[in-house]
Design a protein around this ligand. Structure first.
Ligand code: NAG
Ligand code: NAG
Length: 189
């Protein structure tokens, strides 16, 4: 690809998404959760913080993961929109390489290639740190990161430890958005 094309793609994508989650160079290859047990990871996770991800606009964002008999994971993400309606989306996740169980590919639309979902660190019962990075021609990459928790509030010291792990993979901590998990009860998400 010519330099001009690379530059155009780069500027377009940077303008279309949030320029801050954009980095020059290839994706980092951070260590993931050792001996990841997908079964223990199933159930409800609430979003605590995230890097800007344009497809999420609501509050009370939560995910429900269910292990299916074929070993794939069914995902249901739900959020409460400003107009009070619940917006949900169904997807699937799967481990591609059994020797790397903490590295999943998730997909919400048929025909669209999987998005990465790397579980960097989880204790299954309290928190999870999820990282996703997409490489473009080995020239630049976009990263996304989420802190998830089993409850709508996560202790500050845990968040702070996860921030340290994010900093190691060059996640721009200034760009993290704190999810709004207040007044979520009473809505059937
Ligand atoms: C999560 O999904 C499972 C399987 O569909 C369902 O049985 C369960 O009620 C869901 N949990 C919540 C809180 O929605
Ligand atoms: C979170 O949502 C509540 C209720 O919808 C709202 O009152 C509050 O201002 C929001 N908090 C933030 C930090 O946006």
């Amino acid at each position: 690809m010519e330099a001009f094309q690379v530059l155009s793609v780069l500027l377009l994508t940077a303008a279309a998404t949030d320029a801050q989650s954009f980095h020059i160079g290839k994706c980092p290859q951070p260590p993931v959760q050792e001996d990841f047990d997908v079964a223990k990871y199933m159930g409800i996770w609430y979003e605590i913080e995230r890097l800007p991800a344009i497809h999420e606009k609501g509050k009370c964002i939560q995910a429900n993961y269910t292990l299916l008999s074929d070993g794939t994971v069914s995902i249901r993400n739900a959020e409460l929109l400003p107009n009070g309606k619940v917006n949900s989306i169904q997807g699937t996740a799967k481990v591609k390489d059994p020797s790397q169980p903490a590295i999943l590919g998730i997909s919400f639309f048929k025909g669209v290639s999987d998005a990465p979902y790397w579980v960097l660190s989880t204790d299954y019962q309290t928190y999870s740190l999820v990282y996703a990075c997409s490489d473009y021609y080995g020239v630049f990459h976009f990263d996304f990161a989420w802190i998830l928790a089993r409850t709508r509030v996560l202790a500050e010291e845990v968040i702070s430890q996860l921030h340290d792990k994010m900093a190691v993979v060059n996640v721009d901590l200034n760009q993290l958005i704190v999810a709004n998990q207040t007044d979520c009860d009473g809505h059937s998400l």
